[in-house]
Every structure is written in C-alpha cells, then in structure tokens.
Design a protein around this ligand. Structure first.
Ligand SMILES: C[S@@+](CC[C@H](N)C(=O)[O-])C[C@H]1O[C@@H](n2cnc3c(N)ncnc32)[C@H](O)[C@@H]1O
Length: 566
C-alpha cells in the first residue's frame, strides 16, 4: 500500500480519512513493554474495558482524523477517544492483546484480538497515562502465521483468543512476553551472559485441544449475539443460553454446543443438556443475574480417569439456586446413560452472586468424587476442589519442578510448600524428603490435601490453613528451616511480608511457580536484587526460568523459576 511519510506518521493516500500510526512491521522488532508494565502488575483479571459494546461504525465523513493537521514532529502523539487509525500489530502482550506502536514516538496502542503482523483499522476506546486501547473494526491484511480457527465460536468467545494464530507463533509470542517482562519489570539485563543461560525456551503443550479437565458453563436468560444477528426475535427460551460469558459481560452468555478445549466425553454431556434443558415440560429456567429469579446457574463438567482402567470418568455438577432434584430428574436420567459419567452432583448456591461453589452439595447419581493420577499419585477430586486443569501438561510442569528441586534422595530434606492448594506439588516430592509443610488459605483445599496424603500412604506431610498475606513474626516457628521452598501463588504474586520472610529465612533454594509472568518478574526482582526502597538486600540468584504453555490458544503463561541462595 502506497504511503506518504510525514512527520513520523504515515498517511495513507488510498484512505485519506485514516491516520496510520504503525511502525515497522518487522518480526524482529519487539516493542518494549515498559510503558505499560505497571498495567501488567495492577490490572485485575477482569479488565472492565474488555468487551465493551463498541460505538457505531464510523463513516469517512465523521472521522475526526480527516481534518486533523499532522502534528509537529516534536509533539508526542496522543490519540483521541473515538479516533480511527490504521495499525499494524507487532507482538502480543498482557492477556494476549496485540501491541502496536507509533512510528518515531513509540506511543503504544493495545488491541484485543489483533495478532502479530496484522494490518487493521482500529478505533481508540480508552486512553491511559502512557498507552491507549483500541478496538479492531476491520482487518486489512491478516497476520503472519494465520491459521483457520477450528472452533466456530473462536471469534466471539473470550476463552480462546489466539486460535487463529499458528501454535508455534503463539508459544513464540508467550516466550517473548516473559523475556520482555524479565528485562523491564524484573530488571535482569539481557546483556548479561547469564541471562541467556537461565532463560530457557518455552515448553509447548503436545495436546492443543481437549486438554482441559474442567469447564464451567453458565446458564443465562440473555443470549449474547454478534451485532449482525441482534435484530432477530429472542423471546422466551429463544433468548436462553448455556455457554460461556461473552468477554466483558457478566450477564450475557454465548451459547456453546461444543467446546474444543474439553474432552469428547464432556462434549457428549454438554450436547445432551443442550438438547434437553429448554424443553418447556421440564420446567427449567436459567438464573437471571438481574432479577435473581430462575433455577439453573452453572453446568460444571470435570473429566478424570479411572485409575485401574485408565478410561475417562466424568463428573457433572449442576449449580442451582435452590434444591429441587425433581426438576433435574429427566436430565439426570439421560446423562447417566452416558457410560463415562460416574458422578452427577447438585451444588446449591442460594446467594445472589454468580459463583459456582455451592453452600450445599447433593449427589444425584453415582459417586461424590472422581479420580486422577499425577506423577504416580492418585487424587480424589470433588466438585469444588482445586486440581490443575491441564492434567497432561501438569505432568510436564511437575517434572520440571522436581528437576529444579534436585532432591538428594537421602530422606533428609525439608520442603516448605507455600500456596499448596490440595497439596499436589508437595505430595509428589514427599516420598524422597524428610517432611513437607504446606500452607494454603482455603480450608477445603487443606482438607483435600490431608485426604490426598492419607490415600497415597504419605505420612510425612503437614498441611496448615493460613493466609500468607497476613503472616506475623512467628510464622517461621511452625516448621524447621526448609532446604527447598516451593511458592506457587495465584496471579497477584507474593505479598511483601512473604518476600521479606523469605529473604530473612535464606533457604538454599526457592522454586517459584507462577501463572502471571509480570508479578513473577516483580517478585524475582525483590528476591534477587532486594527491596531497594526499604534498604533490604536480595540474596538469590536466578538459575533457571522455564516458561511452560499450559493453556494453548489462551494468553495464559506459566513459569517455573529456580532461585539459589548466594
Ligand atoms: C496457583 S494455585 C496453586 C495450587 C497448588 N500449588 C497446585 O499446584 O495445585 C494458588 C493457591 O494459592 C492459594 N492462595 C491464594 N491466596 C492465598 C493466601 N493469601 N494465602 C495462602 N494461600 C493462598 C489459592 O487458594 C490456591 O490454592
């Protein structure tokens, strides 16, 4: 496309109403994450800007950029809300958003669902201090590594945002994000020869579909429809949906007949429920998040494995607003005819909130738990207990953790398992160490961890319920000095109290397992370089940083980091 270069911007003579702010589309150029690194650290997992209903499409006569004078070269570019721009996505960043940069000034624009190399027209929806958010209106030319998304819902569903990016390109982009964050947030220098030594290439996931062992679908009286289908009739059960929340909507649900991330057996159950639940004779109604009327809230499907046969076993969990088993009878009969289904549960959640955990739990058919194996141990999974959602890749992740732990095997070592959940990491190490101490805030998870230890004949593990954000001076009195600390916090990372505790404890090695590379980079900076503003010195060296792709087609990145005391 012919362009006229002017004052650092490229103006397209074929589309004079647009202002082009793309920079070089070279694949090797990677925009710095520095301008919005703080957004990585502070943004909640649900960004309120996501999925906002877009304003009406512009016409060439109303676009504000038509009459705008090109800015002087020395002026920093700062777009206006509503402004329409032609952009080229350079790379992927936080939440899989495409990063575009203004030539010369480097001003960053972030766009959901824009993929590296894609040239597109976007509209500015939000301005932040040092970057702006853009909504994609139209693709002009597709990105590099384009593949056709196998899932029919891929362009609307919030689950798989990068399904039409070649998988190799997805993992490359994730690896690049970790790399950038370690430099800009973690303050590790890529000029340091040790950087290349500790930064390991990402481990891809061999299974890119059907890898999730748990999916949670929502019932809704408000079916989400794409803009072009909004005018159709949606009265009565026509407007009902069972599926996944449209991005940014707590009340609207995209109807889903099949999800390529869950097992084939789980899809059989979803199909049976979809075929039956709207039948007026059953008297079932979806829970309405506005009026708080209605019965069906969520359908949770969990896939485990029969430990003796190795065949899949399925748990179906209906989350309802009241206990009326007679209403579910017909569906239960149909679902229980599927051979893989071994458990049908009803969690009753009478609160007006939309969480799936129930205050009461009833078994409608079969067992109350299903089983799964991990690193040779057997775990009982109940409807609400935490278990790694990609079992196949959890084996890979735990093997890396084991390698990092480098257990001597003489049964002398102490392991401290922080944020232990149901105890899985600590328990997989327990047989070769003296004792495992696990800490976790959720009491149900602690009960599950104790039960898991018992069922696997492990007697050298102690699990304690407690909030690791609120540890006091006596925290370390509860266990002997550990040789190995495992820390696996959720997205916010570790609290400063815990960082300080670890810096004082000086365990020989820490294995930091993270599901958020931004908070991971921040915490690694504290542990290695110290808390400068509080005059606390760091005492660890980063020896290995191993990104692992646990969730193909999604922006999520897991990392295992090995730190050694210096
Ligand atoms: C990413 S999960 C890790 C679970 C476990 N390590 C595993 O691999 O199965 C993080 C765990 O930290 C727990 N958690 C979150 N905040 C916590 C806190 N302030 N104190 C203690 N545990 C917390 C969560 O309940 C969750 O079980």
């Amino acid at each position: 496309m012919a362009t006229i270069h002017y004052c650092g911007f490229r103006r397209l003579n074929t589309r004079p109403w647009l202002l082009t702010v793309s920079s070089s589309s070279s694949s090797s150029s990677s925009p710095s994450l520095a301008p919005f690194a703080s957004h990585y650290l502070h943004s909640s997992s649900l960004d309120e800007s996501e999925g906002q209903q877009s304003p009406p499409l512009p016409t060439t006569t109303t676009t504000s950029t038509t009459t705008r004078k090109p800015p002087h070269q020395s002026q920093p570019f700062f777009p206006k809300r509503g402004q329409t721009l032609e952009l080229v996505c350079e790379s992927l960043a936080f939440k899989g958003r495409g990063v575009c940069k203004v030539a010369d000034t480097g001003f960053v624009l972030m766009c959901d669902r824009a993929l590296p190399g894609e040239r597109f027209i976007g509209r500015v929806t939000r301005k932040k201090d040092n970057y702006a958010e853009v909504q994609k209106i139209e693709t002009i030319s597709p990105h590099w590594d384009f593949v056709t998304a196998p899932c029919e819902y891929a362009s609307d569903c919030g689950g798989c945002k990068t399904q039409n990016l070649l998988y190799e390109a997805q993992v490359r982009a994730k690896e690049q994000q970790v790399h950038e964050l370690m430099i800009h947030v973690g303050k590790f220098s890529d000029k340091d020869p040790e950087f290349a030594a500790f930064m390991k290439p990402i481990v891809p996931c061999d299974i890119q579909f059907h890898y999730r062992n748990k999916m949670e679908f929502s019932f809704s009286s408000q079916k989400w429809l794409p803009r072009e289908a909004l005018h159709g009739e949606r009265d009565g059960s026509n407007g009902y949906a069972l599926g996944l929340h449209a991005p940014g909507f707590f009340d609207k649900v995209l109807n889903v007949e099949k999800c390529l991330l869950q097992s084939e057996s789980a899809n059989k159950v979803l199909q049976v429920v979809q075929d039956g639940w709207r039948d007026p004779q059953l008297g079932l109604s979806p829970y309405d998040t506005h009026t708080h009327a209605g019965f069906l809230k969520h359908l949770m499907l969990r896939t485990g494995r029969d430990v003796t046969t190795g065949l899949p076993e399925l748990m179906v969990n209906f989350v309802t607003s009241s206990y009326k088993p007679e209403l579910l009878k017909v569906l239960v009969e149909k679902i229980s005819a599927i051979p893989e289904v071994v458990s049908i549960i009803n969690n009753v959640n009478r609160s007006i909130g939309n969480t799936s955990a129930g205050e009461e739990e009833y078994v409608l058919y079969g067992k109350s738990t299903i089983t799964e194996t991990l690193r040779g141990l057997t775990f009982q999974i109940s409807a609400n207990s935490f278990f790694q959602t990609n079992t196949h890749q959890a084996e890979v992740l735990y093997k890396i953790i084991e390698d990092c732990a480098a257990i001597r095997g003489d049964g002398s070592e102490i392991v401290l398992d922080l944020f232990c959940g149901t105890g899985t990491i600590g328990l997989t190490l327990a047989r070769r160490v003296k004792h495992v101490y696990g800490y976790e805030v959720v009491s149900q998870a602690i009960a599950d961890a104790r039960r898991n230890a018992e069922q696997n004949g492990i007697h050298n593990a102690t699990f304690v319920q407690g909030d690791l954000n609120k540890i006091g001076d006596t925290f370390g009195d509860g266990f002997p000095k550990p040789d190995i600390v495992i820390s696996d916090p959720n997205r916010p990372g570790m609290h400063m109290k815990l960082i300080k505790f670890l810096l004082k404890l000086r365990a020989p090695r820490i294995i930091y397992v993270s599901c958020n590379p931004a908070t991971c980079a921040r915490d690694l900076d504290y542990l290695c370089h110290g808390v400068v503003e509080q005059n606390i010195k760091g005492c660890y060296k980063l020896r290995r940083l191993q990104p692992v792709d646990m969730f193909p087609h999604t922006p999520h990145i897991e990392c295992v980091c090995l730190l050694e005391l210096v």
